[in-house]
Design a protein around this ligand. Sequence first.
Ligand SMILES: [Zn+2]
Length: 316
Amino acid sequence: MKIQVLSDTHVGLSGAKVASELFLNAIEDMNENIKPYAIFVLGDLTNDGMLSQYSEYKNIRSRSIVPLERWHEVAGNHDVDYDGDINRFNAQIGPTYHSWSIGNLIFIFLSDESGVGISGRIGSSARTFTENIVQNNPDKNIFICHHHPVVGTVGYSTTAGYGLESDSDSWAKNLIQNNPNIAAWLCGHIHVGVRGDGSYPWHVNKYGAEFINVSKVTYNSTLSGTTPSISRLLQFRNGSKTVVVKFRNHEKREWVEEEEYTFELPFEVEGVPEEEAPPTPAPEVTDLTWITGATLSIIILAEFLRILHRERIRKS
Ligand SMILES: [Zn+2]
């Protein structure tokens, strides 16, 4: 099963490249070349949380071949801090937090609820929701998907304000350290492209979990300069404890192979859909059916003529 994890589409932002065009390009790339089972978008779907930007976002999203129920999104600071707020996100996209289970994997999606500034906040009911899932599922692989990084993990999370607020941050660290069923924390926000972004890694294993920054689909970034439109792919196989993480450059429509890596899950994967086998060429099958039918008709006709001929001989 393949899950493509995007973030920071920033629809509404224009500049060297238009954000909505890059989002559409990523969708076309996934439709034609990747065909993921599910797609996640980890916040900053819009640049300013405006209604027209949500409409444009949804319009572009509708071009995806992945059904809407397999799209999972959270709000980022750009969705809730500027012209928008969490209520508009709820009305246009979905709930503040929710989870999705498939096989023995559980993904928990938590929006940024700060409403002001660039730091992230996870509200008290979202925390209770998360704690209940984590405690009631000690034998499942749990993934937390949020816009912001935990401070001191990936990329620019140590730069003042770019990670979670201190209260949410200590809650997250405690939860991860005390629960070995938490496999990974996936985040956007900091737009990390490749490891070459200074000394800031886009993935790191810490506190007993894997932290992954999924980069951004948009182009402009004050943090990472003009790195291309990037997302990550998570690949799960039944019977395997290993997740393959791939790095997609949507503009070049290629995998950046030297960035591909794997990490270990708490438990072997069970019950996820197998990847579809490559399609078999159909025309030959149709031709064969036609030939079989025609051959059968000829055999019947020959038999009929043989009987007719025999009858004639008998009569004469
Ligand atoms: Zn952000």
